[in-house]
Ligand binder design. Sequence first.
Ligand code: UGA
Length: 458
Amino acid sequence: MSVRISVIGTGYLGATHAAGMAELGHDVIGVDTDEAKVRALASGQLPFFEPGLPELIAKHVAPGKLRFTTSLAEAADFADIHFVCVGTPQGESGAADLSHLHAVIDGLVPALGRNTLVVGKSTVPVGTAQSLLPRIAALAPSGVDVEVAWNPEFLREGHAVHDTLHPNRLVLGVSSPGAEWALRNVYATPIAEGSPVVVSNLPTAELVKVSANAFLATKISFINAMAELCELTGADVASLADALGHDDRIGRKFLGAGLGYGGGCLPKDVRALIARAEELGSGRSVEFLHGVDAINARRRDRVVEEALSVLRTVNGRAFGRVAVLGASFKPLSDDVRDSPALDVARRLSRAGAWVTVYDPQAAVPARSAAPELRYAANAVAACRKADVVLHLTEWAEFRDLDPRRLRDAARGRVLIDGRNSLDPSSWLAAGWDVRTLGTLVTQEPKAGTQPSLVGGRV
Ligand code: UGA
């Protein structure tokens, strides 16, 4: 059954959710305070890169299934269910800033003319939904019943459309059977297709979200800690991850050792969970997350130090040229928030190196976040006269590079593969000194011989 839905906040999450809800057959209005963004979305334009999303928005804007407005009153009038997708940025202390969420409640609730379900999708500290209830009760017009539910989102950047339409689970934090029924109705299609549903209360739903991201971060830092030990002992972290991953209690996913995690979610959610646990007087419960964060930071330090060791240093200043392949925090995204690649590039630049970056999608946001760096139009141009080449975001096109062309362009021969994802044999064959993070670099076996290990770890 088609539902009239509003999606409030049309950033990354909201724009995807609005388009996804229209694709599921609902009538959707997206709301944002930013007029320029609303105009752009209404003409199918996105201020960020996400494969398939502009097409999905255009598909549903044309017949009027999806429209955008700046007016909360219009949304209040139109929709029966309101999804709140506004940002909850991190303050200095690590705690989330809920001012956008409060502003939505303050604007929306007094305008409601009938009983309504307000569904939080934003990532919030556990306890937030409960804390909104008195605020909502005070603002609701008399005779209007406003119920709150929480339905966290688990989409991955770069796969946002797929993850919205085919969620690997739906978490419904509800306080009544009516709210559960309404949300099951919204998600009737993915539920019929087999997406599992977990129904629970409000704090559980809030906590699922941050704990999922903290768990993923922990998995990455775990394998990166093992990579540190591999570097000291001659063990190979890629084989180790394969061997661990065959145990289906562990699983192979998120055991990719390398430069570590970044982006707008994992680093923020780890710190937000620490901050919330401390607020609750239970900092000890998540003490290990400080270690997770520290391991992640050390991987970046390691790559910076290795690159500097290749350059000439005079009185603590580095001289030489560095080519950085990748600026986004991961492939298939132009997001440079807390990007490990850009962080390493900036630190090398601050140390004195001449740093040139190439990224297939993120040049514009990277340039605005790090204007002090130089940006090239392609990988070969970035590597021109470079003393050291750093592979820091594993875009598929980097795997297809011809190491001989880069060798001819570069001045030095050192490749640091910060994502352990290039094929070392072709780089070695082209004369590169390949260095990785805890994996062994193996020379392609010649006919009739055994493979030989040529070391090459950072
Ligand atoms: C993450 C979660 O995966 C989503 O489920 C969640 O919905 C989202 O945060 C969010 O909270 O909105 P995302 O930030 O898009 O999604 O990125 P991930 O795919 O999780 O990757 C995060 C970082 O971990 C990237 O920098 C990636 O390069 C790194 N990573 C990932 C590794 O270093 N090793 C791995 O094995 C996997």
